[in-house]
Each structure stands twice: as structure tokens, then as C-alpha cells.
Design a protein around this ligand. Sequence first.
Ligand code: SF4
Length: 354
Amino acid sequence: MEKRRKTKVVQIGSVAIGGDNPIAIQSMTNTDTRNIESTVSQIIGLEISGCDIVRVAVPDQEAANAIAGIKKGIHIPLVADIHFDYQLALTAMENGVDKLRINPGNIGSANGVREIVAMATERKIPIRIGVNAGSLEKEILAKNNGVATPAGMVASAQKHIQLLEEAGFDNIVVSMKASDVRFTIASYESFAKEYDYPLHLGITEAGILRSSAVKSAMGIGYLLLNGLGDTLRVSITGDPLEEIEVARDILSAIGRYEGKRKKVEVISCPTCGRTEIDLIGIATEINERLRGVDKNIKVAVMGCIVNGPGEGRAADIGIAGGKNKAVLFKKGEIIRSLKEDEIISVLMEEINKM
Ligand code: SF4
């Protein structure tokens, strides 16, 4: 296993990140934050899926006021995402938010930064500095002919960090997001050489599900495999629940998933000329039904009896197709034969008994 970078530990409500703590999974709501009911309902769904920390956009005072109501309805730490207006950050903290995502250099008033730092210190609320390649400061871009670079990303982070450190505040998390995978990796790597603040990983504007899953797995996965990263968010243009699924898949794929919610891993073969059942339909349905199952098991869905039980031996349970039928196997040993129309129901029954 890769050696994990040593960082400061930052406490976000009930969740600690950095140090040796598990990699926390985050998401962000896409409801109107002012609508407390719909925001709470979406967050509860995210909690059930395995989200550890959730962020809401706070674009105005009404949204900042809604934080109090949202906090009452949820069970995971809440982060307020604020741009420019320090008054919104103060209201969010007064209303019980567990972390702020705000770039102090964008507040535009030294007094505003001081007030935020004073309240965040008193209430032990960390601040995430979120550097984004798409919104680097003009003076930083000007140094490189208007082009964003990983060095520019680090310079931006440095500027924001300095403002907080000068005010005596170091309860900081940093993200260095871009939509380009190599750029993002280079930015995080350069930053990590100079600072030991915990890192929030993410590829931003990563697109719809497939594109984001690939880019996030490459970027976030690479960084984690090289020991960097303490919390992550997969950004998807779509349902935030998918962000949690992909995040759990990325962590599981590299043996780093330690979430409270257990995860069923489904392995299935690609199908070939030997397949004589609707394996694609069966595998899709099984994956769908197993989404909500809270068990640490491996399930195999294989196309043929010749190779299926053997190749699926690492699985705790599985099926392998024949002609309009299948066999059920456990750890590679065949247990019984199944008719095609009972494959899904019997497999689910057996899994539920496990
Ligand atoms: S398990 Fe059987 S059906 Fe599936 S790809 Fe391998 S040989 Fe083909």
C-alpha cells in the first residue's frame, strides 16, 4: 500500500479528515438551499448512500438563514459554500454550519476576513480554500500570459492561506480543482510539497456520469494511490447520489473504502459467443437491486458455466449462465441449478440471507 502523506487533522463536525482518518466522501446538493424541506430530503438520501460530509451553496442571506433548519434535519456535517460576502459566512456559522468553503482573498475587506477568522476560531469551524483553474486571480494569470498553470494554482492557494495564517488561523483544508486530469494532478502534487494541510480532491466540471467517473477515477485515483488526499468529491452533471456511488467505487477499487456504509462489489463478465442468457439485463438489474444493500460481499454475475464459477471464485456468491438457465455458486462451488426467470430473485434471496 502506498505511503499516505502526513497532514494536519481537521475536525469537521463529527468527521475528522487528514492524518490516518478514512478518506471522507463528500457531495453537494443541487436543490435550492432556501427550500429547507427539499434540501434536507436530498441530504438524507445522500447520507443513506454513504455520504460523509455535504455542502450547500449559500448565494444569499435567505440561504444562510436556512442553514439552521437544514442542520436540524440531517446527521452529517454541513459545509456552506460562499463567494465574496463575509456576512453570509458569519450567518452560516451562527446557524451551526460545520465548515466554510470560502476564499479569503475574494472577500475584499480585511475586516471581513478578521471577523470570519474570529468566529471560526471560537467555534472551531474549519475553512476550505477552494482553488479552481477556471477562476484564478487576474494578477496570477497575467504572470503566465493569461494561462492557468499548476504553479499559478499553488500561488493562489498560497495567497489565501497567507491571509488566514496571518490572522492566526490554520484550521484549513485545500482543494486545487481543474477539469483537466493532468493539470489537477500536477497542482495537488506541487501544493503537497509545500504544505501539510489536508487535501480535498476533485476533478471539477467533469461532465455527465461516464465522463466524470473516468476522469475522477483517473485523477482522484492516481493521487490517492500516490498517498495524497484526505477527502474527495466526484462532480457529476446529474444526480448527486451518483457522485457517492462513483466515489465509493473509486475507493473500493483501490482498497481504500472505509465508509460506515458497507459496499457490495459486483463482478460480471463482458459476455461473449458462449453467453446463452440475457446476462447484460441480469447484471444491470442485480447492480440496481444491490445499490441499497449494506453488506461487505462480492457477487459474481458470469455468462457461462465453463468459465464462470472458476473466474468468479473470488466472489462470495454468484451465478453462471447456461442455455436459458444458470447455476448458483458460492466461492466457486456449484450449489444448485436455476431457471432463467428465477435467477435474480433467488440470488437476491441468498444475498439477503448472508
Ligand atoms: S465467463 Fe463465459 S460467457 Fe462470460 S466472457 Fe467468459 S467465456 Fe464468455
